[in-house]
Write a protein that binds this ligand. Sequence first.
Ligand code: PLP
Length: 467
Amino acid sequence: MTDLQALFERAAQEAADFRASLDGRPVQAPADKAEVRSRLAVPLPAGPRDPSEVVEQLIDAAQPGLMGTPGPRYFGFVIGGALPAASAADILAVGWDQCAFNGHLAPAAAAAEEVAGGWLKDLLGLPESVGVGFVTGAQAANTVGLAAARHHLLRQVGWDVERSGLAGAPRLRALAGAERHATIDRSLRLLGLGSDALEAVTVDAQGAIDTDDLRRVLSAGSTGEDRPSVVCLQAGNVNTGAVDDLRTAITVAHDHGAWVHVDGAFGLWAAASPSLRHLVDGVELADSWGCDGHKWLNVPYDSGFAFCSRPDVQTAAMSYTASYLTGSGAEPGAADYTAESSRRARGFAVWAAVQELGRQGIADLIDRCCDHARRFADALSAAGLEVVNDVVLNQVLVGFGGQGAEADRRTDAVIARIQQDGTAWMGGTTWRGRRLMRIAVSNHLTTTADIDVSVEAVLRAARGLTD
Ligand SMILES: *Cc1c(COP(=O)(O)O)cnc(C)c1O
């Protein structure tokens, strides 16, 4: 066995051991950042070292600071898991070290993105003609979608934003629900539209956009002729899981000539489940979409998708050429659909995830997570806790009694206890002025038994504080 083989096998073995340990080890990492930092902060060596020693030292130092995020009882943020074949495919992507700029530089990487991209459109109910770029996550995907919007809307009024920039350009309007994801604001900032361009539209009790208010805000802005507008909709509110009424909202927006971008980081996956597809009814009518692979598809970090109804608009907004880029130009390459040039070969892991689960397996994964969320909600409310949201997807918001500063403090204390306990990991959120515990179920490994022991852990933590 060569040294490289031994080294790779050691790394793969360590990764597999870590995964195998997840069910039994505390979800919260035993060591905090400061501790791991002090272990990693060895002197910068004067010269080369033995690679296997370096790897052993890294494993030793990093291990105690690893979170159980890929494990079955991590319910913080919306984190997803990592499917076996998808994880192995990502190990290959690193080992193969391909630069997925285009099909000339990396034929296999580009082909995998093309094929997997086709399957994604099929699974997510998007038209076959849609353009797709593989990106780091929904943040990047939102940026690509909104860049396409900016290109298209300004082009329509005779302004070439790629050439002329925004100085002197007609001002675009950006409308989004009051409970949009904060990445929308950052994307608008990065694109030079500024957060002041954002006009917040009222949302309903669950945080979904109020389509009457959307109509009102769009109309209020029209002075004879509508100003070019982009409307950002959401499939999957990070707190409640609520999905906007996409069909109505898109129709209203299109009546006003607006571009519609849907942030569907995790919620777009409802489309892959026959029993939940109704939640995203009409999603195919939008103009661009952002979605994650690393959340609900359970592809390892990082993996996201930027879709655009018009590939020509997407590439007009994103691509560039240079004299040394032989093989590009004739046909847009992978990087022409994203904001990156040199890119990790993300297509292999997505290809593997979709093959590993198949259409039915993906539908089952989505359904199962939602069933688990329901089970959490039922058990916690049966125990007297307050479930604050309508559990329509995989998100559950839990209150620990009362409102105000004292209740907020108690909620944070319960959450801290749960995290210390190590059985499960839930995070906190402030929603409608109130501290709440937030549960997101998005991992293929999670079983009903995991939900039941996690409910026990929550009740234990809550009791410990009220006794
Ligand atoms: C997670 C999330 C994002 C950001 O996605 P990243 O994968 O972190 O880039 C955007 N929107 C929503 C609704 C999300 O849940």
